[in-house]
Design a protein around this ligand. Structure first.
Ligand code: ADP
Ligand code: MG
Length: 541
């Protein structure tokens, strides 16, 4: 074939057309060559054919394999889809039963809490709530009230709310094996829980207040742990203790007042009178922050606390101001608390160096004849309304001066000819910082302050211990603080201690000390809390 290809067509045609033996030989040779070439071509064609066959077989085989694989995958996907649907159904079922269980759990928890509260009431236990504040920039800044050597290597958060009744503290002090301690309280608030949430748990106590119980809410904790924030709210403006710009940030004191006035607005008009006193206990002295000078300006006056013949504590000449609504109250308390800002020498410069006691005295006017009879009785209610709104408030206002500076115990009840006054007290206390600052190196004012704070807080702990052990003598008079709070601490009030905790490691010792105080307070049983003998208004629970 290659030989043939070397000659051109004309040459071959010439060979065939020319006669002679030579040409015949040449022709035969070409035919032979052509024949061979054809044979080779045929062979190539055959092998090409078989190669194509093989290729197609191979292709078919591969196609089958892939098809099989695709089918398998599709089948698997279908199975998986079915399984997925099953799982989805199961997950849906589980979700539903989880929701049911959660709802049941919440119901049970509420029931348990209600039962626990009843038990607390029957035993006269002190309720203890614990609030962990968030970590704040000053926690990591050097120098804040904690000695330098204790600040080294401490950058961690160590106090956590394990659940809403348990606080967990990681006690990993240098040189000691790390241990986790847990403490149980009636309620534990984590750092993200709002003022709203905290107040929601306090609000039922205010219903109790109008139902005739004395109530005391007391914030305990070291300086900077959030006592004032919890009781009053953030201290933003220089000239105002309450920042009313953001109502959601208001603390227990302003909210409690709003709630008291809201509850009063649901009662027969004119049957309640609200008076306020603001007292500060500083260096074991009691200061009346609402006392006024001859020009009517607010100034702090030293007062004393005495025990009345009925065994109640009383502050003679203490100023009680009547307030008609929450904003009047806020203005008044604001003015009183301004003393600390404007007159630091008279009282002191730092709020956490004193105990603040804001008291709302609620006077309920009830008919002597119908004392103890339900107001659901329409006639009685009308009579009471008439008498109360026409006679007594007027009387009270006429005698406001005696009301404002009286010596009698606010918790006592006075009987007139037909009408009777019942007084219940709401005491809201922001205690001084509970940290035990070392005395070495502290002199003068700071030394006096520290020793008085330490003494008054240990007097409070001693009083609680004496009550817990049911000792015949309770040492209320060891400090002005305990003497002033005698009625609240000693069993005549529903008492709630709000423990405030800084979660940072550098305050570990103070936090554990506060938690110990709270735990001991919880164990105190003071006997059933007494209710003043009030008629049951139709709207009251
Ligand atoms: P204390 O009265 O115990 O000395 P403060 O109430 O003054 O402490 O709180 C110290 C700082 O921490 C304040 O700046 C306060 O605004 C802030 N703080 C306290 N508790 C909280 C909280 N729950 N959320 C946000 N900030 C808080
Ligand atoms: Mg404070």
């Amino acid at each position: 074939w290659q030989g043939l290809s070397a000659r051109n067509t004309n040459e071959i045609l010439q060979l065939y057309s020319s006669p002679g033996q030579q040409q015949t030989l040449q022709r035969n040779a070409i035919v032979t060559q052509l024949h061979r070439a054809i044979q080779r071509l045929k062979q190539d064609l055959r092998s090409l054919h078989s190669f194509a066959l093989e290729l197609s077989k191979d292709f078919q085989h591969q196609c089958k394999t892939y098809l099989y694989q695709v089918l398998t995958v599709v089948q698997r996907i279908q199975l998986q889809n079915e399984a997925m649907q099953m799982f989805q159904l199961k997950a849906f079922d589980l979700q539903q039963s989880l929701q049911e269980v959660t709802e049941r759990y919440e119901k049970e928890k509420h029931k348990r809490r209600a039962l626990h509260n009843s038990l607390v009431e029957l035993r006269g236990n002190i309720r203890v709530h614990c609030r962990i504040r968030p970590l704040l920039p000053f926690d990591t800044a050097a120098g804040h009230t904690v000695p330098q050597e204790r600040q080294r290597n401490f950058s961690e958060k160590v106090a956590y709310a394990a659940d809403d009744e348990t606080i967990l503290v990681k006690c990993n002090r240098p040189g000691h094996a790390s241990i986790n301690k847990t403490f149980q309280f009636e309620r534990v608030y984590n750092a993200s829980e709002s003022q709203d949430t905290v107040f929601a748990d306090v609000a039922p106590l205010l219903t109790s207040l109008l139902d005739g119980y004395n109530v005391c809410i007391m914030a305990y904790g070291q300086t900077g742990s959030g006592k004032t924030y919890t009781m009053l709210g953030p201290q933003l403006e220089k000239n105002s203790v309450f920042s009313t710009e953001d109502e959601s940030e208001l603390g227990i004191i302003p909210r409690a007042t709003q709630e008291v006035f809201r509850l009063i607005s649901e009662k027969p008009p004119g049957s309640y009178l609200v008076e306020v006193s603001v007292v500060e206990v500083y260096n074991n002295e009691i200061f009346d922050l609402l006392a006024k000078d001859s020009c009517g300006r607010v100034y702090g006056v030293r007062r004393d606390v005495v025990t009345t013949r009925e065994g109640k504590s009383d502050v003679p000449l203490l100023t009680y101001e009547t307030v008609e609504n929450a904003s009047e109250f806020l203005q008044l308390v604001n003015k009183g608390l301004q003393l600390r800002v404007r007159n630091p020498t008279l009282v002191h410069a730092h709020s956490s160096r004193s105990h603040l006691v804001v008291t709302l005295t609620i006077t309920t006017i009830v008919s002597g004849d119908n004392f103890g009879i339900s107001w659901e009785d329409e006639l009685t209610s009308q009579k009471l309304n008439r008498e109360v709104s026409c006679t007594l408030p007027q009387k009270i206002r006429e005698n406001k001066s005696t009301f404002s500076s009286r010596a009698s115990s606010p918790a006592s009840s006075e009987t007139t000819e037909k009408l009777k006054q019942i007084k219940t007290k709401l005491q809201l206390v922001d205690l001084a910082g509970s940290e035990c600052v070392g005395m070495s190196g502290v002199t003068g004012t700071a030394l006096r302050e520290t020793s008085f704070i330490n003494r008054s807080l240990s007097a409070l702990a001693d009083v609680l211990a004496a009550i817990a052990e049911q000792r015949p003598h309770i040492p209320y008079r060891n400090s002005k603080l305990t003497h002033l709070l005698q009625d609240a601490v000693g069993g005549d009030a529903k008492l709630l201690v709000m423990l405030c905790i800084s979660p940072h490691q550098k305050y570990l010792a103070e936090s554990v000390q506060s938690l110990g105080f709270g735990t001991r307070a919880r164990q105190v049983q003071r006997g059933q809390v007494k209710k003043k003998n009030l008629p049951v208004p139709s709207k009251a629970k």
